[in-house]
Structure formats: C-alpha cells, structure tokens
Design a protein around this ligand. Sequence first.
Ligand SMILES: Cc1ncc(COP(=O)(O)O)c(C=O)c1O
Length: 457
Amino acid sequence: MKSSMDRRSFLKTSTAGGAGLSLTWSRVAPLLGTAAVPSFVRAAEGRPALLGGAPVHTGGWTRWPQWREAWATDVLQVYRSGKWFRGSDKHVEEFEVAYANLLGAKKCLATASGTTALMVSLHVLDVDAGDEVIVSPYTFIATYNAILNARALPVFADTDPATLTIDPATIASRITERTRAIMPVHIFGMPCDMDPILAIARQNKLAVVEDACQAWLAEYRGRKCGTLGDLGAFSFQESKHLPSGEGGAISSMSAELIDKCNSFHNCGRSCGTNTGTGSFTRGNNYRMMQAPAVILLQQLEKLQQETAIRRANADYLGTALKEIAGITPVRLPENSRAVWHLYPFRYDAQPFHGLARDKFIKALVAEGVPCSSVYHEQYNDGLLDEAINSRGFKRLWSSARLKAYRDSFQELKGNRQVCATTVAIPQNVLLAERSQMDHILAAIRKIQAHSAELAKP
Ligand SMILES: Cc1ncc(COP(=O)(O)O)c(C=O)c1O
C-alpha cells in the first residue's frame, strides 16, 4: 500500500513537473520491483514506437460520436409519429429555447448545418454580392465558402501565432469601402480577443458574425461565444462536442435578427417581427429536422459535463507541456475559457534535434496519441483562384483589386508560421482519465529523448 501511494505521488510530480520520466523511473523501479512499474512507463523508457518499440498508449480512446440507448425511445417516437419536418412538431423550437438559455443568448435558430448558419447570418447582416468580409484564415474551409457563396470576398487578417486566432491589430488595414463585416473564428473552441474586434467594428460600422462552429460554451470575459457579435454560428456535425450528424444554430442578443434569420432559412416565410415585403422575402431551405433536435436536447447536460472534463485535462496538459523545451501551449485572451475542440500546441524542432514536425506527428501517433497538423495555408489551394477567376467575381471586382487580393496572401506571415508549427490532439482524447494525459506527456518526452535518432533520414 505504502509503495503504491509513493508510486502514485511520484508519478504525479515526475510528469507534471516535466522531470525526465524514464531516467527517474529507472532509479525508482528497482526499489518497487518491475511488476510495480506501469506498462506505459516501461514503454516510455524503451525505443520509440516508430522505430519498433512498444507504444506508450494502447487501447485507443473514447469513441466519438456517442450514442445512448436511453435516447432511442424519443428518436423513434419522432419517426413513428410521421412528424419529421420542422413545421410538424415542437422539438426544434424546444431545442432553440434550451440552447439560447445555455448560451445566455436572447434567441437562437436551429439550421441544417454550421455552413448554412454562417450563410444565413451573412445574408441577414446584408453582406451582398461585391462586398468584402474580413476573416481569420486559420479555419475550416467552410468559413471561406460561406463568404464566397454570398459572392463576397473573404479578406484575410493575419493569425496571432500565440493564440492561433485572428490578430486584431491586423484588421484595420484590411478595411476598404466594400467591407461590410468581420468574421472572427473561435478556432478549436478558443475565444478570439473580441473587445478590440468589436471596437473596430463599431468605429467602422461593420457587422460581426462569430464563427463559433467549434466553440459551444466557450467564454470571453463572462459571456459565451456566439453572444458577443451581431450573430454567432454553431455546428453540430458528427465530430462536434454537441453532435447530431449534421446541424447548426445561429445565436444572438437580438430577437429581430434571429426572426430575419428564421425567414431566410425557411424559404422566406415571414417570422415574428420580420414580415418583409408581404408574406415572403428572399429565402432558402436551411431548416433542421425534428430528430436531430431530439438528440441535441438530450445532450445538453452531457455537453456541460464533458466540457468541464476537457477543460481540466487541457489545464493539466498545458501546465506540464510548457516545461518541455520546444512545446508551446496556446495563450488564451485574459479572462476567457476555451472548450478545446482540438488541443493545439506549437512545435519547435530545434530542441528535438531538428526532427521535422511531420515526423514528430508520425512518432506521436505511433505512440498511440492521435494528432495532426490540422490546417495548412488553404488560400494557396485552388478554391480562391477558382472564385476570383469566375465570371461573377470578375464582374464584381476590377482585375487590379483581384490581383492585389491574390498577392496579399503573401503577407500572412503569422498564419504561415502557425500552419507550419501547430500540432493538435482531438477532443475525444481529452475525455480520458487524468492518468492517460500522462501517457501523452510521456510519449512526447520519449520522442524528445530519442529525437536525434528519429531525426535521421
Ligand atoms: C470553424 C468552422 N466553421 C464552419 C464549419 C461548418 O460547419 P458544418 O460542417 O456544420 O457545415 C465548421 C465545421 O467543421 C467549422 O469547424
């Protein structure tokens, strides 16, 4: 009993404090007997898994998404009732009220996806053909597409390498007479520094759409992301913390704006305060169905519980990782709380004997820790060239403007650095036991200890 308590407290200090795990264990193990040494510690002392050694973590991680048998009755009830579409029953509306309450928003509208939530938001805030929207380049491609689908130009502010979110200091210089909105992205569930962004928007009479598609329950200075700008967009796609397969929502402190969103997402039917020009305004069909709303309602409690677990594990990892040379956890804006859709850190190869980031990632994956480099410099891919070479865009902008726009991607130095150095671990890993966070730390230390050998071509 005594030795197991000693071992536990030893493990706690050795991993959290960043001490050389393998070195210290090899001193202590003979005192405890080999059987007492956890297998992950034995693996951490051995050869890297990429070079044929045993992985530090075995047995996988929590599966995602998660189904609960307890939801089956309510879901089947929807299908058995034949009331499947939004207008046939009340589940979607019930979810909207519950989600708005959870966010502290005035009102919320469920949509078919996060992309459509962004598209509806831009339309309602009068982003029109030929307009420009200042946006973070470090995001999932749907953020760019939502703007392009409005026949507007996504103009990229730079990314702050310390926070991975939009650098507010780079926004003002991007404003032209065509700019109508700013779209900050709370990437990986990390809040953007919203106060300076909102101040620039106010000064220049610009709308703000928060891309909160990865930021359910993230908080900035006491308020939830999605309630800070004019409108906030969320995604409930299968990989997300609150999943329904496909789905999304728009939140706001303005009931009028949500009524306008409702009209546009429902084929232009009038809604609440938005009577439009008669019974119809311009619109589309971006409605959520009843069954996804039922699953979403069932998961609101679960979301809150799991958010607390992810936060506690991310705090633990952050404290330990910053002690490892070459690993830099992300800085959050003061008085804000992330929800960690991915857990990112910046990787510097130098203290790893020049081990390239991609090989570091391969080595970590081989140790049983899923991770990736996430987003690359997507503006250099074909999407934006295709858009600016299209007939529509050529009609809407001068060739000089489109050339200057294309050239401006070269100025995104912060974003380039972020794309080249970030490593991120998916959210389901953060739902594991605290002891398994030690596996992640042990795996990174093992890679560092063997980095000279791993770095060889
Ligand atoms: C930052 C961001 N914006 C927008 C979206 C689009 O959401 P959806 O896939 O629900 O359309 C996503 C989804 O992954 C996202 O991560």
